[in-house]
Every structure is written in C-alpha cells, then in structure tokens.
Design a protein around this ligand. Structure first.
Ligand SMILES: Cc1cc2nc3c(=O)[nH]c(=O)nc-3n(C[C@H](O)[C@H](O)[C@H](O)COP(=O)(O)OP(=O)(O)OC[C@H]3O[C@@H](n4cnc5c(N)ncnc54)[C@H](O)[C@@H]3O)c2cc1C
Length: 391
C-alpha cells in the first residue's frame, strides 16, 4: 500500500522538496527501521554510526547557511526530515532535530559573527552538538525565572545550578545555559544565555534514568558547580536571555508538530493495512466495520489537515512572518490530535498493538513528549488564548 503521507506531500511540495523528503524517507526505511527493535530491546541510544550516517547525509547542517558549511536549507527542510524520520522513530528524528532547532538555532538567531564562525561549521557537520538548557528540576513551564544563576566575576561570569531534560546531552559539545542574571528586573528581562563547553571545569552530565519515552534519544541532567566562563560566552544580550529562548522555541514547536504527524502517518498506514488483513466473523476483514472505518478516516483527515497547516506555517516562518501563537497552536493541535487518534488506532488493532514489534506502542508513548515538550500544551493554551481575549 503506498504511504498516505507521501500522497499528500507529493501534492503539497515542489519537486525538489519532495525529492529531499524521499531521500530521508528511504534512509529511514533502510537504515533505521530494521534496527529499531533491537536498539529498543537492548536499551541503546541512537548508535554513533547512525548519527554519522545522518551527518553524511547533511542532516545536521540542513538549515545552516552555506557560508558556515551548512546545506543552506530552511525550516521546511527541517520539518520534512522530522516527518520522514519520525514515521519510524521520534527518538531518531529528535536527535538531528534538537541539534538544529534547539541547539544551533539560538546561535543562528542571536550569535555574534565570531560565535557563528567558531561553532556553526562543526555543528553543520555533526562534529559538535549544542543542547538547549532551559528546563530545570524546579523550573519547567515557569522558565522565565531560572534558579540557575550567573554572577559577574571580573570580565566573565560564574554559573551555578542544574539543568535537566537536556536532549542530546550525551553527544553534546556545548550547552546553551539560560541563567538568572538580574533578579530585580521585570519578568522576561532577568536572565542571560551563555554558551558553555561541556568539558569546562565544574560541568557534570548524567543521563536521566528510567525514561520510557524517546528511548533512543539522550536526555541529560547537567550541573554547573561554579563554572567560570568568559564575557564572550554570552549569547545575545545580557538580561535578554528569555527572548533568545522563546524565539528559538517557535521553530522548535513546528518541529515537534512534525514528530506528532510522523507518528500519526505511521499509525494510519499500519491501521488501515491491519484492518484489511485481520479477519473476524464470517471470514471478513475488520475494516468493514463502520466504527473501524471512522477511526481510519479521522486519522486520514487529521493528517491531511495538519500537514497542510504545518507546511504553510513553515513557509511563513522562512519568510519571517510567523507568530508565537501560530507555532504554539499547530504544536498543541498536532500533538493532541495525533495522541488521541493513535490511542484509538491501537484499539482498532486489538491486543497485538501492545507488542513492541507492531510499532504502535512506541508512537503512542513518544507522543506524550510532543504534548509536554517545548511548552506543555496546557501552559501553551495561556498564550494561544490571548488574542481571543483582547478587548
Ligand atoms: C523527553 C523530554 C525531552 C526534553 N528536552 C528538553 C530540552 O532539550 N531542553 C529543555 O530545556 N527542556 C527539555 N524538556 C523539558 C520540557 O520542555 C518540559 O518538560 C516542559 O517545559 C514542561 O515543564 P515540566 O515538565 O517541568 O512541567 P511543569 O511546568 O511542572 O508543569 C506540569 C504540568 O502542570 C500544568 N501546567 C503548568 N503550567 C501551566 C499553566 N500555565 N497553565 C495550565 N497548566 C499548567 C501542565 O499540565 C503541565 O504539563 C524535555 C522534556 C522531555 C520529557
């Protein structure tokens, strides 16, 4: 059966963009899908050779400008990569995805020329990885008020505290740390971002144990024990760190929506195939039951609708014309709809759906992260509702 998502993308994309999607899709089919079950059962992170293959394909440099050694692509490329890789594994997709949309992006948006020249070429080739240090044990949704602090010391700064949930920490060369620098300032102007090498004295990383979602993705806790950094480690302006982080999250949320839709696309194909093959009562397929058809149809409608919406927003993002609310909305809706429908898809498939080799349970579990990550959906609704409440 042809993939349903391919039918939509072929129609929605220009030829060159669809051809790029096909390259990543084929890589994902041939080099990721056959290994996933083994990686899961052996509790492995994405292996180094798979990361090296993605770097060879240029995936770590997709939206990085050519003058810094990247592919010179755009947000649409990033989202197409997300869709193609997340069809099999969100864990694999988020590895280059977070490296770019959360790691390299703040540097691209707010870095000085010297910072860009120092880091972007290696980031583009997968030789370095930046992680996004926003969340902390005591600060999740209330991210504007970090408990990690940075105090001035001579011409530099000293950083103290702990970040957690840092995606890609295992492979990271640097962490972009969001730290409190001016507690007396108004909300949103109290913090500064710093580029901190993971091998700086006083930086300690530990993989977070017991995570049962995104199982092949690295998620670390990083502590800073009086870490000294020079003045030029500041990313963006002093006391404007929250702006750096929230601006970065616009593209990040478009990427998270692509993960949700990649999972939904997989579930749709799996379920419609199974519904035709599973025979119950009178030697007939379960796909003849209208309630089963309803679930499949709802998945198909949601996939076409949200793909069209997401690709439209990527183009607007690339034109610099997208708002925070628009990015949050497509993330909230895609993650919510995909989560609801994948749970129903599992019900359509019955008991077999709970087996890891069937694939649906992986997507069901991973979809939780798309609802909570990069702003929990509940918290983001505070933002989305604002234009509706203006008088
Ligand atoms: C696998 C994974 C990877 C991650 N990667 C990164 C990363 O690379 N870098 C990084 O910085 N962070 C990362 N995160 C952290 C993620 O961004 C946070 O989990 C998220 O921001 C929510 O914070 P929290 O978990 O502390 O929840 P809390 O802020 O404690 O919120 C808990 C719940 O309270 C409710 N709630 C909170 N605020 C509101 C509100 N204003 N209105 C209504 N309800 C509300 C919601 O239901 C919310 O889910 C990752 C998380 C996961 C699970």
């Amino acid at each position: 059966m042809p993939r349903r998502i391919d039918t939509y993308l072929a129609d929605l994309l220009p030829e060159d963009k669809f051809a790029f999607y096909e390259v990543v899709r084929d890589f994902s089919d041939q080099e990721i899908a056959p290994n996933l079950l083994r990686w899961e059962r052996e509790h492995q992170l994405v292996p180094d050779d798979a990361i090296a293959r993605m770097a060879d394909l240029g995936l770590f440099g997709l939206p990085i400008e050519e003058r810094y050694g990247g592919q010179g692509g755009d947000q649409l490329d990033l989202v197409l990569m997300g869709l193609a890789l997340a069809y099999h594994s969100q864990s694999v997709a988020i590895t280059p995805g977070a490296a770019l949309s959360l790691g390299a992006k703040p540097l691209q948006l707010c870095g000085t020329e010297a910072q860009k020249k120092a880091h972007l070429p290696d980031l583009a080739h997968g030789k370095r990885m930046f992680v996004f240090g926003l969340s902390e044990p005591g600060r999740g949704s209330d991210a504007a008020n970090p408990q990690v602090t940075a105090r001035r010391s001579g011409s530099g700064w000293v950083i103290q505290g702990e970040k957690c949930w840092s995606t890609n920490a295992h492979w990271a060369s640097h962490v972009v740390v969001h730290a409190l620098t001016n507690p007396a300032a108004p909300n949103g102007k109290r913090s500064t971002c710093f580029i901190v090498p993971m091998d700086a004295r006083g930086v300690h990383y530990q993989e977070m144990a017991g995570k049962k979602v995104w199982e092949q993705s690295s998620t670390g806790s990083i502590t800073f024990d009086n870490v000294e950094v020079p003045g030029d480690a500041v990313l963006g302006e002093v006391d404007q760190g929250f702006k750096v982080m929230v601006t970065t999250l616009n593209g990040g949320r478009l990427f998270i929506a692509s993960l949700a839709l990649g999972s939904l696309a997989f579930a749709l194909d799996k379920t419609r195939t199974y519904a035709e093959e599973r025979i119950q009562f009178d030697e007939q397929p379960i796909g003849r039951f209208q309630r089963v058809q309803d679930v499949i149809l709802d998945m198909d409608i949601a996939l076409e609708r949200n793909l069209t919406w997401l690709l439209h927003l990527c183009r607007r993002y690339d034109e610099g014309q997208v708002s925070r609310e628009q990015c949050a909305k497509v993330k909230v809706d895609s993650s919510r709809v995909a989560s609801d429908l994948v749970a129903l898809a599992m019900e359509v498939c019955g008991g077999v759906a709970c087996l890891d080799e069937f694939g649906l349970i992986r997507h069901h579990n991973d979809l939780f992260v798309t609802r909570v990550g990069e702003g929990s959906n509940f918290a983001l609704k505070d933002l989305i509702v604002r234009p509706l409440r203006q008088r």
